[in-house]
Structures are given as C-alpha cells and as structure tokens.
Design a protein around this ligand. Structure first.
Ligand code: 6MZ
Length: 329
C-alpha cells in the first residue's frame, strides 16, 4: 500500500509554507542542527507548536531565503506526486522585506517553479493572534494582489494560535465580496461560540474541524448547522495526533466523515514540523480505517471539487486522475 499511496496523484489543500520546510531545506537556509531538532519536535501540543514556527520565520526573513523555501516546498510536494497544491502563507514584513515584497517573492517562486507535474495556487493567511487593524491592513494588500493575480491567489485563510484572537466576520465578508474564497481554521480547539459564528459565515472550507462532531464534543446545534451546510473539512491526522487534539490515529474524527460520507480532504498541515508527507497521511487512512485503493483515489478525486481551481483546471485534473485510475486500480 505504501507504493500505491506514493504513486497516487494527490491533491493538497492545507499546507502552511513555513511549517512545511524539510530539515534539508532548513539546513540550506543556514539553520543550525539544534534549531532543526526543535522545529521538528514531537513532544508538543497546540500551545507549544506555535513557538516552533519562529524558527522557520527566522530562516525565511529575507527574500532570497523565502524564495528558496517556497521553491523547495513545491519541489518536495511534486516529488511526492502531489499534482495540485494550494500553498498557504501569512504575509509578514521583516527588516529586509515589506509585506508586498513577501507576497511578490512567494509569487515569483511559484511562477518560476511550477512544472507540468504540479499545479500550484496560493492562499494568503490572516493571523488570528494579531490585532484586527493589522489583519484588516493585510487583507487590503491581499485583495490588491488577488486583483493582479486572479488565477494564482485564490483565497484567504484564518490561522494562527487558536487560543488567541478571534474570528472577525466583517473581514471575511469583505474578502468574499472581493472574489476571494475562504478556508478557515475552525474547532481546532473546543470553542463553541466561535464555531457557530464561523459556520454561520459559511466558509468554502474548514481547517481541522476537530470539535464539530457530537462524538468529539461538538454540540447538537453545531452539528445540525454543519450538516445543513456540508462544508468540506481539511483533515490533518498527524498534526492533530502530535498536537494532542486527537488521542490516536484510530480515534481521529476523520472516521465520522468517512462513515457519514461527508466532504473532506486529507492534508499535511505542516509537513516539516510534523515530519510527514501527503503519501504518509493516505497510508494512515489505510492503516487505521482500512480504506480501499478506490476509496483513497475517490478522496483525491473529490478534493478536486473542493479546491479553489477554475472549472477548466478541475476538468483537467479529473481527466488526469481518471486516466491514472484506469491504469492502476
Ligand atoms: C493554526 C497554524 C497551524 O503562514 O508563516 N499554522 N495555524 N493551526 C495550526 N495547526 C498546527 N500550523 C501552522 O506558516 C506558519 C504559520 O501557519 C499557521 C501559524 O500562523 C504559523 O505561524 P506561514 O507560512
């Protein structure tokens, strides 16, 4: 099954750039061994994990390194037979780089490194731990870039430490009004009031969705609203187990989405921090829930529908997956 999962043409919808740096990339960017070990810690929880991103942020604090980081991440996903990647990153300014230069650099790396093997789109993130004014300023820059690169910048994400900050509905209404799709981290921690607010906004996709299902602490009201909207959830098994929001792989909430035939995709979240690959995440689905080869293929095929690609791009990807299925399953 390992080789099947590797060969399967996969769709990655939830990958944070600065969480996806492999140890070899960090080394190339000048990180010392001790920092790399800390970045790839496995003794973490959701509180702790946000401190390790500082290591990647220091390593990508100039345009040259940010370019190389983006290039390497795309290359590694392509090597893992990811055929469509929605990469997300939080624009930030540094001493040597403005917010605009940050976005320009990531765009340049995507445009120069996209190959026939992989199609890449960009989601730009708002960090929930920042003040509303700062998020609003970042959103204005994101909208400006979306208008310049409508076929590359597809959406806006809300991420960052779920114990801090909050969801600002008006910012996401503005993003939507300006043609951006929305992928919002939701219920990564139990926070019923916020979950209801996010569900009422009805985003295009939800990140994690850990505490939504009633078997996982979601209230009846939350689950009823979720079912009425049927929003695809980006499930990140290794991330949730390492961050202790799932007790074990075989108890991961994705099983409810499988059983109830609800929409979901499988994703790595931070493949560098959690030392995983998308192939490995599919292998975990097989190991723990005995998903057949056909089921694993279907998860990829359905994820095309949940992606922010254009209709033409979706048709192209579906054809490629169909052709692969005919030969391999
Ligand atoms: C919420 C997360 C995350 O944006 O600098 N990030 N936000 N939950 C998670 N679960 C573990 N993993 C990563 O990539 C790193 C940033 O992505 C968000 C955090 O804001 C982190 O600083 P970028 O490329």
């Amino acid at each position: 099954m390992e080789s099947f999962c590797r060969k399967l043409p996969k769709i990655e919808l939830h990958a944070h750039l600065n969480g996806s740096l492999s140890s070899s990339t960090l080394k190339k960017l000048g990180c010392i061994e001790e920092s790399i070990d800390k970045y790839q810690t496995i003794n973490t929880d959701l509180k702790e994990v946000f401190s390790v991103f500082k290591i990647a942020h220091e390593a990508t604090n100039n345009m040259e390194n940010l370019y190389e980081a983006t290039r390497s991440v795309i290359e590694e996903f392509a090597e893992d037979n990811v055929v469509y990647l929605e990469l997300r990153t939080t624009p930030r300014s540094e001493e040597t780089m403005s917010l605009d230069q940050y976005i320009d650099t990531v765009i340049k790396a995507i445009q120069e490194n996209e190959s026939s093997k992989i199609m890449v789109k960009l989601i730009l993130s708002l960090d929930r731990s920042k003040a509303k004014e700062e998020q609003a300023r970042t959103l204005d820059v994101i909208i400006k870039y979306k208008n310049q690169y409508p076929n590359l910048i597809k959406g806006v994400d809300l991420s960052g430490d779920p114990a801090k900050g909050k969801f600002f509905n008006d910012l996401f209404v503005k993003a939507r009004e300006n043609g951006l799709r929305t992928a919002i981290h939701c219920a990564e921690l139990k926070n019923d009031d916020e979950v209801l607010e996010i569900l009422k906004f009805n985003p295009d996709r939800l990140g994690h969705g850990t505490f939504l299902h009633p078997n996982y602490g979601g209230s009846a009201e939350i689950w009823k609203l979720y079912l009425a909207q049927n929003i695809p959830v980006e499930c990140c098994m290794t991330s949730n187990v390492i961050c202790l929001s799932a007790t074990s792989y075989d108890k991961h909430h994705v099983q409810e989405w499988i059983k109830e035939q609800l929409p979901f995709s499988i994703a790595t979240d931070d493949k560098g921090v959690f030392k995983t690959t998308l192939s490995n995440e599919f292998q975990l689905l097989y190991d723990n829930f005995k998903c057949s080869q056909l089921k694993l293929w279907e998860i990829c095929n359905n994820s095309i529908e949940y992606s922010f690609a254009s209709n033409e791009e979706k048709a192209f990807l579906k054809l490629a997956l169909d052709q692969w299925k005919t030969k391999n399953i």
